[in-house]
Write a new protein. Structure first.
Length: 320
């Protein structure tokens, strides 16, 4: 069996532990830190890192029929299937063909006639200035569904339904469902509820107005401006994830959400605000966090230590 391991240089030390496990199992492997490097027809591609690292890598991968296995260096997340401590067991199961493939679709996104990276979790449209309303029209298959005034709008896949969408009041959707989920965030219309659509639908969000410019954020990572409209439909380039179904994936997802909720309940309001700001803005320096949250420096440092200990955030080297 041949395996390619894709990782960021941030995890170079941890990769040595993974390499030792692969050597012990006599598995042929190649480790790459640059996606421009040649990949020679592996049987499995292992992406090493946390959920966010996997999302970043998938933004650079368009078409790939080879099965993916997400391996975390700490604890398994919502996309990663195992961690480095349990990876030897996982690789043995792959050798024995004791796994299933989960075919996962992504969102194809076009903004003002420009194609963007495909979304695995969601596409979210918000104003670039906080505390201002976004005005837009939602069209589905050329039919106007609603005209809305809200903080923002989220279009998610089933796998992304337990991410930002759920935080905004959206439902949990089974991963094998062939649907999109549209969630209006804090709409002024109190009757507005999440909308479930067939994933064969073509979504158009236009007539976008706000007092400031509007942004689209893909998977909480990629961000760009929106001037006129956003088109979203199902991509015809799905991904295949390796899964080990010991128990219901639904129960597993709920358990992870409960654990995350318990962790969030135990942290301060300042820590929650910092976490939400990082989820919305992406990586920030301590100075940038202070500017955006207006939280005192000492409180920021204390909150960051709590979030780091709970593995809710991670440090990254910052080179100017």
């Amino acid at each position: 069996m041949k395996i390619v391991v894709i990782s960021k240089t941030d995890y170079e030390n941890s990769i040595k532990d993974l390499a030792a496990i692969l050597d012990n199992l006599d598995i042929t492997y190649q480790i790459i830190y640059d996606l421009n490097y040649a990949i020679y027809n592996p049987d499995v591609i292992v992406i090493f890192g946390e959920d966010k690292d996997i999302l970043e890598i998938f933004h650079k991968i368009s078409k790939c029929p080879i099965p993916f296995l997400g391996v975390s260096y700490s604890k398994s997340g919502f996309i990663t299937e195992t961690n480095i401590q349990n990876s030897e067991y996982a690789f043995n199961r792959i050798i024995d063909n004791d796994y299933v493939l989960e075919n996962t679709f992504r969102l194809n996104i076009k903004v003002d006639n420009h194609l963007l990276p495909q979304a695995l979790n969601e596409a979210a449209i918000f104003n670039s200035r906080s505390a201002t309303l976004l005005e837009y029209t939602l069209n589905v298959d050329s039919e106007i569904i609603w005209r809305d005034y809200c903080d923002g709008v989220i279009i998610s896949t089933p796998i992304g339904s337990t991410a930002y969408s759920m935080s905004a009041g959206g439902p949990m959707i089974l991963r094998n469902s062939s649907v999109f989920n549209v969630v209006s965030v804090n709409s002024v219309d109190v009757t507005r509820r999440p909308l479930i659509l067939s994933n064969n639908s073509k979504i158009l969000i236009d007539d976008i107005n706000s007092v400031a410019s509007s942004d689209i954020i893909i998977d909480g990572i990629y961000r760009t401006k929106v001037k006129n409209y956003v088109e979203i439909n199902k991509s015809n380039l799905p991904l295949n994830f390796i899964r080990f179904p010991e128990k219901s994936k639904v129960i597993n997802q709920i358990e992870k959400k409960v654990i995350l909720a318990e962790e969030l309940l135990s942290i301060s309001a300042s820590a929650k605000l910092i976490l939400k700001t990082l989820q919305y803005e992406g990586p920030l320096t301590l100075q940038e966090i202070g500017i955006k949250t207006i939280i005192p420096d000492r409180t920021i440092r204390q909150s960051m230590n709590v979030l780091l200990k709970k593995n809710l955030i991670f440090k990254k080297p910052f080179l100017r």
